[in-house]
Write a protein that binds this ligand. Sequence first.
Ligand code: DUC
Ligand code: ZN
Ligand code: ZN
Length: 463
Amino acid sequence: MSYDLVIKNAEVVTASDSFKADIAIEKGKIAAVGKIDARDSKTIDAKGLIAIPGGIDVHTHFDMPFMGATTADDFRTGSAAAIFGGTTTVVDFAIQKRGEALKKALDTWHEKAHGKSAVDYAFHMIVVDLPESRTKEMDAMVKEGVSSFKLFMAYPGIFMSDDATIYRALTRTKENGGMICMHAENGGVIDVMVQKALAEGKIEPKYHALTRPMSAEAEATRRAIALADMAGVPIYFVHLSAGDALDEVRRARERGQQVFAETCPQYLYLSYEDYERPGFEGAKFVMSPPLRPKGNEERLWKGLLRNDLQVVSTDHCSFCMKAGEGKPGKELGKKDFSKIPNGAPGVETRMLLLWDAVQNGRLTANRFVELTSTSPAKLFGLYPRKGHLSPGADADIVLIDPKKKTTISAKKHHSAADYNPYEGKTVAGAIHSVFLRGERMVQGDAMTGSATRGAFLRRAPRS
Ligand code: DUC
Ligand code: ZN
Ligand code: ZN
């Protein structure tokens, strides 16, 4: 039998199994996995390499205008960062402006992404304005393959929705099969704390964290869980950072409620103490929710083990420190922490940071695949096309060299951000090759595929 390509002798790791096998690829799809006669096919020898399904990052912000700045990464550089880091699919956030139709917001994000992405991409829709008359627009989005909606309980006056709006959106997903993704922080209380800190002359980056306490996240998480319960629908929490918020998720799941949550590598590997770095360095870590005090990360690792957390995404939202190419940077907040654009890069480092946890014995290799690919694919309507290495799935495959190490540095990353939050950190493993729908996109340090191969993915509604 002749195939377009056969990857020979790989250690295949899926969410459920690990085994030695060859992977045959035909017309961009996986044709077979097992012992394959590859005599008449082009082959790549993957002896000693781990083969996993391409990473799926369900939380990126490419080309996002926010807080007077725009992210350093657009779809070109953001998707290049993704593919070099072993992520082959991203789900980015389209943003509705106040008074704008959801369709208009979606068109804007299609324009930003079309013909510029090295990875396959889909969209969630950030909803900021949802009177009853607009709810049917959510149904139309689901039909277009945009089957999830992010709502904010933070950022009053910018993104924040009140409880009535949240309840309205949740209720609508009962009809249309969409999923509400919640940014859970009590924005009203945080604003009061921020104003008080500024009035007291507290302007340094660390006050970003000190004015967004864990209980502001836990309270909002509890409230959103109650609203989802009243509406009788599932809910998904984005970028869960606080152990106390995780306790709320765990309790709800124990009660039998369909509550899901992701955390991000920054909450597992970085901490509040990073805000206390000298000078303005702490601004690199200004994101919302903020990094939490050391010790909190142990609660999150436990949540990943117990499946109270089902996904690790990144919230990649890369602002430069310094202004450049007409884009203001985090320096905007040099004299006022509340003006530092919130966000940090992460899409390029997620896979190896988590693989490092496998090498350290914190996660099994199967759980690593589940958290970074299979479970996000299932929760967001991409499975079984994405998130699994089995016949019929897209041939999105990452080969990891487990014998090598990688030192993370902005000097060699592909993001346009002028810093890396993990600068100098050495992690186990190296990305050897990345395939997107059968095309080898990355080989070591080189882009070997078309940088615009990425295509829009319509996602299925909840089944
Ligand atoms: N959090 C961030 O840090 N940036 C963008 C939006 C968000 O919720
Ligand atoms: Zn958010
Ligand atoms: Zn985000």
